[in-house]
Unconditional design. Sequence first.
Lengths: 503, 142
Amino acid sequence: MKKTFKYKKLIIVTSIACILGAGVSFVLVPKKEYKGVDIKDIDFYSTPWGEENPYFPGELKTADGKMGNPKAIPSSSECVKCHKKEFEEWVPSLHSISGRDLIYENSIEVNVNLKKRHHGRELSRFCDSCHNPIEVAMGKNNPITSVEPSDVQTEGLACIFCHTATHADAEKGNGAITFDLNKAYDNLSGSAILASPKDHARAFGSAKTNKLLKSAEFCGACHNERYYPPVTPSTKVLHAQSTYDEWKSSWYAKNDVTCQDCHMNYEPIKFIEALNKDIVKKPEKYSHNFWGGNHVLQDTSLKETLLYLRGGVLPGVNVKEYFKLIDKQKPITENFLRAAAQVEIISYKIINNTLEVKVKVSNVGAGHNLPTGVVDQKHMWLELKITDKDGKVIYDNGATDRDKDVVIWAERFVDKKGKIIMDHMTFKTADIIMTRPTIKPRSSQTITYNVPLNGNVQLKNLAKLETKLWYKIAYEELIVKTLHKNIPIPSFLMAEDTQEVNR
Amino acid sequence: MKYFAQTTLTTTAILAISGFVYYLLAPYNWGAGEYIMHFHLWLGVGFALYFIFKIIKHIKKNNIKIQNKIFKKVAYILLAIFSITLISGFLHFIPYISYFFSPIYYKFETYDFISMIHLGSSILLIGLFFFHILLMPSKDNK
């Protein structure tokens, strides 16, 4: 027993030494403490609509009611080491550049200047609540900027925005998301996180957050947008974007097909094809590609111009990698757009001295209306082209979106004087009118053309009827206004149909 | 084999204390907690290598001498618990070391499960270790 006793001594001495060592390290190593910033501590922060709502007119909120701490909140480039796949999916998406896209940024400046004597800069919190929420939460949207810059402020919908969200209100829209921004930092670093990720889960992966991320309501908090004073001089609430509402009343919502199921699907086209056969097989894993409709900001053939339009390269990626990743995203984006719509020439006949052509335009693959979003810029139009037996075009309506009487799906912003605003001057929009109702999910519209049969157009000469459904992400007026350049915006062919004329 | 018992006992004590300190106190000072975790992991790996190398000799040497059936049973259970503790500890070390090459990690639920096993088996191990020493035949001790 003598030796056992000796061991006891050894154990006691070792244990005491070890406890002392741990105690010393707890005393000597400084504590990591990150806290949210009190609104009073941000110099010159302007709250014209009350301190209790520092991000108004945006509906954004932080869980602790404090402003974000630029010293603590990590850039998405810090996530890349372990979440490379997710990072590389997110990089080419529009979510990564929602705040830095040059047209958007300049559009903000133009709108701010419109109201520079009426809290224009503070009003930009409305736009940035969805486009650049971290910047808003840190207090950057202020007439006098006193917040120090950090990478994450340039990353639009950075990883930490979604991965700290705790609540979303889609009915309210306008960025009605509460996010626990000030918990978004790791207490451990590098390899230690991988050995013990409990604190990482506290910061970024709570069960509450993960559940919310899978819901359509989460997307709806930004993809429902309402205009009202002080943002716009309107006398009523203007429904500028109702993508969530459109989904909510659709077959998709009734069958639990959410935004994520299509827009975050690794194989979105296959998924849409299955839906068309009424097969709903939800994906097991979701991608971070956020497939959408902006094919121009993924067009690498634009080379340096694309880099310029996307606001430069994101932190954590070099130019070569950036283009490679965008190149991967582009074909799926294009197929995604094509999967949404179908056109069909359903009939043609002569009535009196008129050729009547009926074209059916169907929304076959989108869980929201076509087009959707803020469609004062994004728009869709139909072309009908008639060719004679010599191959000569004898009728063409809709070759461009500027054609007279073109069939177009868009909304028109109107100012107080009733003048149409084509350059997205949100802050002077008094009303919104639709050119025609947008096409609901799983429904179609029949467009009737009445082509007068005289002069060039004679039935006996007709050979071919062609119809094309075109899509464009913006009007040239927006580019002129924001970039001071007259750059033509490419049109995208979503769907087409051809019929030979039988005489 | 001279210092096997001493080395095993002291290292186990250090590992147990550093592990419990990290588990229970790290949120009070994550910076210190992180140092303790690095220490715990590297010491754990070093000790595992030493233990694997020495334990075979230890068993071979003492298996014939020991007549006490209870002691033998406890010793083998102790060995099994030791293995579980070392394996579950190693499962924490794999993602840790992978960070320097190509990071791999498990689901949060998997981490929770492994941590629970590691914690449970180490508590059991401490108890059994004391039992092992107390039951140690005096002849063998000499």
